[in-house]
Write a protein that binds this ligand. Structure first.
Ligand code: MG
Length: 432
């Protein structure tokens, strides 16, 4: 702890924040954790499109070393980190290969030439790195759900502190918002962030998160019990990895996003709603006290929210064609049926109980999805397992640090037949 305080303390962090803000016009130095997952590969595309804005310093992945080597040849980072070292002959001149575990990642992001840490990993593997980066005054852009669902109480105070320091320096500073320091990559949270630009948060009446509803939106309720993993993996609008796709089919993903929204925007659970929107064009909505609604629309392409998280407070040219509203013709909305998506209510319940319950929820979900994909659990069993986890582990001491979050996750996962250790390998990209 002493070392963490030293790193985060005083002028060093403040100097880091100045550099991070990129106000000098210099290119931002980027560490990308989880570069070979679905989010990571899209981040690589964005970094490659703006070579005058970014220097890639670190690329970290798990076991997909062939993809990592190809990315290194494209972006020429100073360091690549993986679970197994890469052959020097696969790497461009000047790129060094290291092995890195979760503590190693936390050390890599503290390099002085790293200004911006992009987290695309699943699970808890990058939580130490995220906290270390925020403490050192670096920007974090993340698609990782555990960061806020399991550790919002540890992470948000760091983002708020950085924002308060920016606010003290100058009025109207775009870095005076916690969102400037902990930047969401998820499309829904990016939408709310964009809708809130220039708004006083006291004007918020409620946040409305949109959900596609997944592949089982219209199947008879009785058919859910026999839903096969192959069918659940067929997401109607987004192309994503298996974990997030199953979480979309059960609406667990939306429940986790409700919890994230509570932390990111400091809004009560009563003021966060979910609406089904099968086209995935309206990415989320903010309703204000005067009855006005602001929505953010765009193609379901993760490169858009990723680019916004990297370009903030600026906007840069889009990677694809414009959204053609006339061609869309219509946008549909409906309320989620509680009987079809029982896990949504469980997520709200966990959120209201607090960080211990939400940490247990997301740890249990990792096991539940694995067991569903392995054919050991039927689809409705996922929601039942989550409800049991919240009931069994939801009350008790709030995990006071990263180690306690990891220990609770391991305990929950062991209780439900998981491996007993918090999973989430660097290369298994979080895919939102
Ligand atoms: Mg999302």
């Amino acid at each position: 702890m002493a070392e963490r305080q030293r790193r985060g303390g005083g002028s060093e962090a403040a100097a880091g924040r100045e550099a991070s803000a990129g106000r000098t016009g210099a290119r931002l130095g980027v560490a990308l954790l989880g570069s070979t997952g679905s989010i990571g590969r899209s981040v690589v595309d964005v970094l490659a499109r703006f070579p005058d804005r970014f220097r890639t310093v670190v690329l970290a992945a798990g076991r997909r070393v062939d993809v990592l080597a190809e990315q290194a040849r494209r972006l020429r980072p100073a360091v690549v980190a993986a679970e197994v070292p890469l052959a020097g002959s696969d790497l461009p001149p000047g790129t060094r290969s290291v092995r890195a575990d979760r503590q190693g990642l936390a050390e890599l992001v503290l390099r002085p030439d790293v200004d911006l840490v992009v987290v695309g990993t699943a699970g808890l593997v990058s939580l130490r790195a995220t906290i270390a980066a925020l403490e050192a005054g670096k920007i974090v852009a993340t698609s990782n759900k555990e960061t806020l669902v399991a550790a919002g109480h540890l992470v948000m105070p760091l983002a708020r502190k950085a924002a308060a320091e920016a606010a003290a320096r100058s009025t109207g500073d775009p870095f005076a918002s916690p969102l400037a320091w902990l930047r969401p990559i998820d499309s829904e949270h990016s939408a709310i962030w964009q809708c809130l630009a220039g708004e006083d948060r006291r004007g918020i009446r409620r946040l409305v998160l949109t959900a596609s509803g997944g592949p089982f939106l219209d199947v008879p309720l009785a058919a859910l019990a026999t839903a096969r993993p192959e069918a659940a993996l067929r997401h109607p609008t987004w192309r994503m990895g298996p974990k997030i796709t199953i979480d979309s089919a059960t609406l667990v993903n939306k429940g986790l996003e409700v919890i994230e929204a509570h932390w990111l925007y400091d809004v009560d659970y009563d003021a966060i709603a979910v609406v089904i929107h099968p086209q995935s064009i309206v990415h989320s909505v903010v309703e204000f006290v005067d009855g006005s609604l602001k929505a953010q629309l765009g193609r379901p392409d993760m490169r858009h929210p990723i680019q916004y998280a990297l370009s903030y407070p600026e906007r840069w040219p889009a990677p694809g064609p414009s959204l053609d509203l006339a061609a869309l013709a219509r946008l549909d909305f409906r309320a989620p049926e509680p009987e079809r998506f029982p896990a949504l209510a469980t997520a709200y319940e966990a959120g209201r109980l607090g960080p211990r319950a939400t940490a247990a929820l997301i740890a249990a979900d990792e096991v539940a999805v694995e067991r569903f994909l392995a054919g050991e659990l039927e689809l409705p069993g996922i929601a039942r397992l989550l409800a049991t986890a919240v009931e069994r582990f939801g009350e008790g001491p709030v995990p006071a640090d990263v180690e306690a979050v990891e220990a609770l996750a391991a305990e929950v996962q062991a209780a439900f037949g998981g491996g007993g250790a918090p999973r989430g390998v660097v290369g298994q990209g979080a895919e939102r």
